[in-house]
Design a protein around this ligand. Sequence first.
Ligand code: PEP
Ligand code: MG
Length: 602
Amino acid sequence: MTIAVSGVPASPGIVIGPVHLLRWEVPEVPARTVEPEYAPREIERLHAACDQAIVRLRKVRDRVEQHAGPEEAAIFDVQISICDDADLRTSAETLIRQGFVAEKAFDLVLLEWREHFARSTNALMRERVSDLLDVQIRVLSLLLDLPDRDPVDLPKGSNAILVTHDLTPSLTVQFDREAISAIATDAGTGTSHVAILARSLGLPAVVGLRDATAKIASGMTAILDGTHGLLVLDPTAERVAEYRERARVELEEARELEQYARADSVSVDGVRITLRANVDMPDEAAAGATSGAEGVGLMRTEFLVVGRAAMPDEDEQYEAYSKVLRAFSPHPVVIRTYDIGGDKLPVGGFPHEANPFLGWRAIRMCLDEPELFKVQLRALLRAAMNGDLRIMLPLVVSVDEVRQSRVLLAEAAAELAARGVPHRTDVPLGVMVETPAAVITADALARETAFFSIGTNDLVQYTLAVDRGNVSLVKRFQALHPAVLRLIARTQQEGTAAGIEVSVCGEMASQPLMAFALVGLGIRQLSVAPRSVPAVKHLIRSIRVSAATEAAAAALETGAAGAAEAVLRERLMVELRQRGDAADGLLALVDGHILPDNADIH
Ligand code: PEP
Ligand code: MG
């Protein structure tokens, strides 16, 4: 029977293929005991499972090394050594001799080790907690004969839809892009790390499916519609045919939009809006450079770290940043310093926090770890020789953070000078405006920074006190809430008064209705995923900024998101209708009546 599970659209596109279910969680282990005479047999099972896990891990390591690189593969060496650890095996043997079956003994030892490592004052030990967890899952699935479902195990060309609870960093590096064509997760929202990653990889994705993993079995055929946030399981032949047609139409629309890639980004009434690209991985730079973007408005450097056990060194970072700068030269490239924390974490390596989004994140972590931060700053100053680089600090709440960063930047430059390494010392330093504190002190920040870039994903989260990654709060994550609109307007006014550039690089900028609102609020620079550049350019070329300004002024006067959205939608529809046929596609997007008809789905 066909089942449709609806979630949050995270990355557009349609894929029809087999489901690859990955349950990466510690399985329930029944508390069985055995008579002492069976202990030798259980001990043998224990060693066999650990040895088998090592064989699997070596395979995984080799594949990851081939696909991602030696640094990403290093995590698996750590896990191999855990499986091989004599103390660990002896502790489990002791419990077996006390009467526990092998799986329970292993489970208890790993639980104890994880707690012990998590409490350690030694950062290196704390870093091992997630490796212990991965080993626990892998060995227990062998002992309990649960299918080990490594995503790298799929044959290339499988066109599989990976369905999992959440895509953790260690899973992310393992999956084979030549085997997996789409991602579906129980957890996550449109602005969570998994969604950003999927968009960066150009993989269609639906997140926030809540309990999809409970309803699904590997091998089932499914349709993943990343544009509308739908996963259809066991579809009928008619539905498959329907979606093949939809996929064809989407592709055609995308091709039609390509004409805008080369067009000028100028409104009907002659106002130029600069469109830049958000680039999260250096390998996407070349593709991003052909999207019609005039430079990079945000490069998220934490994706160099997510999925790795160790930070990239100065040379590796220099190469990564230079690649992006060269691809976009002579346009500006804004590279953001590490925004690690929240839901963007290296493998292990991070303290457990009760409230990670209010925690040790981004600039806070970098200022507390100056040596780590300076490696990045040195790499950036060196890379600046290869293009028009601008450095941006994330999650700033006070001007002190900018000042401290400047001191470290000067130290980094001095260190390079001492080594005789070519670098620049005049790189503009700007900030992300993504906290209410930054908006409210924007006048002070503007005096000490070269530019503002508004991060609406976080600004919405911190203004409305709505966790951006919580799927239960998706409807409450209201980017068009007048409180958010007023903060954006204020940032724009303060930045303009101080004569600095103000751009928006959050997800808001990618959506036509919201881009209309942003332009209306006075924003003249937007940065969006490369794939969204043509559509946003099409929007800009279809509107009058004067109409957007009036619409935004009306939205600012409303008291709630629903009313603001209604005002903006109505005005944008009027505007687009005046453009005739040329704006039909945009009208359909803005009209909101684009969800598929699910009437015959049970
Ligand atoms: C934002 O917060 O809007 C932003 C662009 O940064 P990130 O999504 O990486 O937090
Ligand atoms: Mg942010």
